[in-house]
Design a protein around this ligand. Sequence first.
Ligand SMILES: C[S@@+](CC[C@H](N)C(=O)[O-])C[C@H]1O[C@@H](n2cnc3c(N)ncnc32)[C@H](O)[C@@H]1O
Length: 271
Amino acid sequence: MDNTNDIKTAQAFASSWNNLPSGSVYTFDQFEDWFLPLGKSDIEGRDVLELGCGNASLLVHLTRWNPKSATGVDLGDSVTTAQANMAATGYSNFSIVKGDLVQYSGSMKYDLVYSIGVLHHLKEPMAGFESVLRNTKPGGNFHCWVYAKEGNALIIYIVDPIRKVVSHLPWWFTKYAVATPLSALYFLYAHFITTLHMSFMPLYRYSQWIGKRGFLFFRHVAFDQLVTPQTAYIDKKTIEAWLKDERIESGSAYIIFRNGNSWKFGGRIKQ
Ligand SMILES: C[S@@+](CC[C@H](N)C(=O)[O-])C[C@H]1O[C@@H](n2cnc3c(N)ncnc32)[C@H](O)[C@@H]1O
């Protein structure tokens, strides 16, 4: 499969991930929230794989749950910062691999494979999901998070058309001339509607979530959204169809609507 578009996407993300302070960009609470319904007992003593690890912001927190091993795969140059961020945790049984997650097949299968914020940026999101299933061992868990089509009208009709233009411009222009003022506006909007409990306003639940963080995190998210040349907004029906895969143990699948504008989903592979 031609992965030219995914390489462009990964390189665009590297301009985001390689220009952050060292360590995780997320708080531990955010990490836990992204993983729910999975928790420490699903990680402890397990071999874990992250497909599309960025600068290892999630893996860094995951080491606190004592996995047996932790592997991150990313196609972009962010693997350099991922490596440094993981080394700084003191956890030693990790490896960061530069490669295309769609084609990735490790020397073993993993107890848990997760992909957070990645599938919706692939040329073929379903091919990414196929890799998640393929790399999970029988009896193992998989877990994904994607942008939803539902609840994202404001982003789809306002932010996405801007992304289609600015993702072709130099990253520093996108970061400082576009993402910075746009995120400043959204920062004010988010605090305004949540302080006044205006739950009928677009992105209300998401604003409650992101409103716990400072402006720099708002800008990081805005820049991440604008810098990528490829984004899909995935509806529940599509995920339901993916989860009908015969490799998945019946009754194990879950789909959770998160913050009113994204989907977490996962399950277990049959023994
Ligand atoms: C929004 S970031 C998410 C990073 C991380 N999962 C997190 O939540 O912090 C998406 C990541 O997917 C990576 N990516 C995109 N396409 C890829 C591919 N085909 N193979 C591997 N990584 C890919 C990008 O380089 C980028 O680091």
